[in-house]
Ligand binder design. Structure first.
Ligand code: ADP
Length: 938
């Protein structure tokens, strides 16, 4: 029986015991591999691969591969996997979520399944939360893998070169960050040929901090977008109008549901101000939307909490990490509305070219596993939505951190003073303190209060610190007399060592001396410097232990218990002592909004500001409040997923279609047997509807046919026929012979290539347009919820109809273009060869028309030579579109000329612009230093 079967046989709830059962078996293999020379040990990789090739599967070699990996790690990294890490590694191999507390060594744990699965050569992805960690871990753990004979790649933003990217994906093991994997997927599906694609399938992924990616970021899709026409004026106008409106009179705000609803009076006022008759007119759809985002910007998005304004730019602050999401923008015009509200320049509107949510990206993997310090609270959702089982792995050493009860103050100020008292006392004793805040604003408040007391401290919030700087500071947060104020989880994934981290201290010293610590030239110096710091850190660490370890102080509770647990988890790593406590006030958002009963009860009591309250009732109320919010968020996420499912299925269909064409599917049969006849059928159905042939609109029909191909059929000829079937026959016959004539004229190969290139173009344009229509649809759907219809059903139904219509349009457009396309040999004049079809001038440039053996390069250059100018309005017969969609559909006709260069260089919405800074230019952080010496360090 295979290992997995054995483990699964033990059944639900007994997984842990099953994992434990594997440990002695792996341990038993240890002496064998210990006895081997380095070369012998390395050779095991070759032997494993042979066994796999001979038909064994990964489970068969798992125990041995784990033992080999452990022995190699001991030799190469100086770290031997703990037994609990073997258990975590096995869980990851089985595709589960391993819950391992902070400091338990998830990085090293993941090497076991990575090595094992990497042996298959099918590609194994390990996804971390930030670029710093991905780079760092790929280098560090990479030493182990290369030693064992596996190749390692790295996927981070920056180098977009396709060859480089492909090489990274071709590696046995690829480290990287989630967004970049997702963007590569989207970009691959915009590529004009297979050669330009970089990914190679979705075999196995381990997602680090899986809860944050699958739960917290569930509502953030990745979007690749291009610019739309300037809509800035309208935003400014609305911002001004909305500024003059009054809450409760012109609109009502429901903070809890995050809704702003205008009143009749409000709407009237806006209509007056804009000089329009009816804001809710179908045509004026956009105005309603503009109005809504302006109101939401005004009431629900707060400066220094949800966003900050730096150098005339509105930057989003991540609600969970408190970190600035550089380059990310709110969608659907909200960002522009906030820019207008703040009076900063408004960035042009972006059109979505491609989009996917991270979850849907990760759901494509054949095997998906995750690790995190905190998942149990979300286990049900992970199982329900992703089929991921959470297994809590025991800690290596018992956890002895003391988690104290919450202290609750009446006022915010009372709380702040108490926080400062506590921090000051610890600071004086030397004990390191990590203060966690939920927002930038609070971290600044705390910082100011500490300043007044003369408590030296570091602040880590949304200021544009680069991740490695952040990591640097967090890594040192365990030193004596160190106070670190950080928004939740700043420097995530970085382990706080008591007494300090010698490696980072050494790197800092080199850096201060103007040396590049990563330069192999300085490896020796680095090692020496690390050795110098090691005893110092150890001695300091011993003192910190005596003082009780790291003290974690939370200044408010987050909506989600999991985020609070993450903060607490910073202390008490690997059996260290540690302590944690949360300070709350009745003025905190969570209390104000969700624990109103308890708040009122306390308010009724005469309680001085500076006396904390430790009432069970309040503590319980907070817990309930958190649960309420958690449930509501889970509900929202479920709903988002349901909505997203529609688009996700459509995307799959479109991408599959694209793939077929990239794989050189022959479109001839399809055109012959389906597209052509169907196009004719729809024409006949449109123009020959009446029972009597005398009533048919034959002139209209002939004109419409002329848009599809240069037809010689005349009205008189058709008028002589008695049934619409006859008309259909005549037209199909002509269409087919016309098609075959084109084929003969161009030659088979050229014709096939033309068809494929044209089809790709049409699909891409139609899909983009469809995405936009779906955006509008979703907006309209929300309004319909008021009309007592189920928005989700409406969305599914109309989304489906629109998709069908789009597919029909794609097929018709293909016919139209293929019948008109002209392939031009070099030196020929630009005049269309077919004067009979002046409306459609589509030229196709090929290197040599007469030599199909060296035909069109099936990629970009050929494509960018393709010029199109479609018939006036080919979509006028599209039919079947919803009302909402129709207004949009008119805009789009034949594929417009796509500027491929622009499309390739469009900025993904999530992206740090800093990467583009030249190394010798001043650093964008404003430090005055050169970029390479400041935030641009390797
Ligand atoms: P996590 O991500 O689980 O919080 P890390 O992967 O950052 O933990 O590891 C925490 C620290 O423990 C790192 O400094 C790492 O080098 C160290 N570590 C992990 N496993 C071992 C081990 N088996 N032996 C020695 N040190 C280890």
């Amino acid at each position: 029986m295979g290992i997995l079967d054995r483990v699964l046989k033990t059944g639900e709830g007994k997984r842990l015991r099953a994992l434990q059962g594997l440990v002695p078996e792996i341990n038993a293999l240890e002496p064998t591999y210990q006895a081997m020379s380095d070369d012998e040990l390395k050779h095991q990789t070759v032997l494993f691969r042979e066994r796999l090739e001979a038909g064994e599967d990964l489970d068969d070699i798992m125990l041995d591969a784990f033992a080999v990996c452990r022995e190699a790690a001991t030799r190469v990294l100086g770290q031997r996997h703990f037994d609990v890490q073997l258990m975590g590694g096995a869980a990851l191999h089985f595709g589960w979520v391993a819950e391992m507390k902070t400091g338990e060594g998830k990085t090293l744990t993941s090497t076991l399944p990575l090595y094992l699965n990497g042996l298959s050569g099918k590609g194994t992805h390990i996804i971390t939360v930030n670029e710093y960690l991905a780079t760092f871990q790929s280098e560090w753990m990479g030493r182990l893998f290369t030693w064992l004979g596996l190749s390692v790649g790295l996927i981070v933003p920056g180098n977009r070169d396709a060859d480089h990217k492909r090489e990274q994906y071709a590696a046995d093991i690829t480290y990287g960050i989630n967004n970049e994997f997702g963007f590569d997927y989207l970009r691959d599906n915009m590529a004009m040929s297979r050669e330009r694609q970089v990914q190679r399938g979705f075999n196995y992924a381990i997602v680090d901090e899986v809860d944050s990616i699958l739960i917290d970021e569930a509502r953030t899709p990745l979007i690749i977008s291009g610019r739309l026409e300037d809509a800035a004026k309208l935003y400014t106008q609305f911002a001004a109008v909305v500024r003059a409106l009054r809450r409760d009179e012109h609109y009502e705000v429901d903070e809890e549901k995050r809704l702003v609803v205008p009143t009749e009076e409000g709407i009237e006022k806006v209509e007056q101000a804009l000089g329009v008759e009816n804001l809710y007119d179908g045509v004026a759809q956009n105005l309603v939307h503009q109005f809504q985002v302006a109101l939401r910007a005004k009431e629900l998005f707060h400066r220094d909490k949800d966003y900050i304004v730096v150098d005339g730019e509105v930057k989003i602050v991540d609600e969970f990490t408190g970190r600035v999401l550089d380059g990310r923008r709110w969608s659907e015009g909200l960002h522009q509305a906030v820019e207008a509200k703040e009076g900063v320049p408004i960035k042009e509107e972006n059109q979505t070219l491609a989009t996917i949510t991270l979850q849907n990206y990760f759901r494509m993997y054949d095997k998906l596993a995750g690790m995190t310090g905190t998942a149990v609270t979300e286990a049900a959702e992970l199982a329900g939505t992703y089929g991921l089982q959470v297994v809590p792995i025991p800690t290596n050493k018992p956890l002895i951190r003391a988690d104290e009860g919450d202290l609750i103050y009446k006022t915010l100020d009372g709380k702040l003073q108490a926080v400062a008292d506590d921090v000051e006392a610890r600071y004086k004793s030397g004990q390191p303190v990590l203060v966690g805040t939920a927002s930038v604003a609070t971290s600044e408040l705390v910082s100011r209060t500490l300043d007044k007391r003369g408590v030296k401290h570091q602040v880590l919030n949304a200021k544009p610190e680069r991740q490695f700087r952040e990591a640097d500071i967090v890594a040192q947060a365990g030193r004596l007399n160190t106070v670190t104020v950080a928004t939740n989880m700043a420097g995530r994934g970085v382990d706080i060592l008591l007494g300090g981290n010698p490696e980072l201290l050494a790197k800092q010293e080199l850096h201060n001396d103007g040396l590049d610590a990563e330069d192999p030239e300085h490896a020796e110096l680095l090692a020496k410097t690390i050795a110098k710091y090691e005893p110092q850190c150890q001695a300091e660490g011993a003192k910190v232990l005596e003082l009780g370890g790291l003290y974690v102080l939370g200044t408010e509770r987050h909506d989600s218990r999991r985020i609070d647990d993450q903060l607490r988890g910073r202390a008490g790593r690997q059996g260290d002592p540690g302590e944690s406590r949360f300070y709350l006030s009745l003025e905190d958002d969570l209390m104000r909004l969700f624990a109103t009963g308890a708040v009122n009860w306390v308010m009724g009591k005469a309680l001085p500001d500076d006396v904390p309250l430790e009432a069970k009732m309040v503590t319980k109320a907070i817990e309930r409040a958190q649960q309420t919010v958690e449930q509501r968020n889970a509900e929202i996420r479920k709903n988002v997923l349901k909505y997203d499912e529609v688009l996700n299925n459509q995307r799959k269909v479109i991408y599959e279609l694209r793939d077929q064409i990239l794989d050189k599917t022959d479109l001839r049969t399809k055109i012959h047997e389906k597209y052509l006849p169907e196009a004719v059928e729809s024409l006949v159905a449109t123009y020959c509807v009446a029972d009597f042939s005398e009533e048919w609109d034959l002139e209209g029909l002939v004109a419409a046919v002329g848009e599809y191909w240069p037809s010689e059929v005349t009205v008189d000829q058709l008028a002589a026929l008695s049934t619409s079937d006859d008309v259909y026959e005549v037209l199909v016959d002509e269409a087919i012979s016309r098609y075959e004539a084109r084929e003969a004229e161009l030659g088979d190969d050229t014709m096939r290539q033309v068809e494929r290139q044209v089809m790709l173009r049409i699909i891409d344009t139609a899909w983009r347009e469809h995405l936009r229509e779906m955006d509008y649809l979703q907006e309209g759907i929300n309004l319909r919820a008021m009309g007592q219809r189920d928005p989700l059903t409406e969305w599914q139904r109309e989304g489906f109809e629109m998709f069908e219509a789009m597919i029909a349009r794609i097929e018709r457009d293909l016919v139209r273009y293929v019948m008109h396309v002209q392939v031009k040999a070099p030196g020929e004049s630009d005049q269309p060869q077919q004067p009979a079809a002046p409306a459609v001038g589509m030229r196709f440039q090929t290197s040599d028309q007469k030599a199909p053996a060296a035909p069109l390069p099936d990629d970009e250059p050929a494509v960018s030579n393709m010029q199109t100018s479609g018939p006036a309005d080919p979509s006028s017969q599209a039919g079947g579109l919803s009302t909402l969609a129709r207004t949009r559909a008119q805009v789009e006709g034949a594929p417009e000329q796509v500027d491929e260069a622009a499309a390739a260089s469009h900025t993904p919405v999530v992206k740090s612009d800093w990467d583009k800074t030249p190394r010798n230019a001043p650093c964008p952080c404003g430090s005055g230093k050169k970029f390479k010496l400041c935030h641009g360090q390797a």
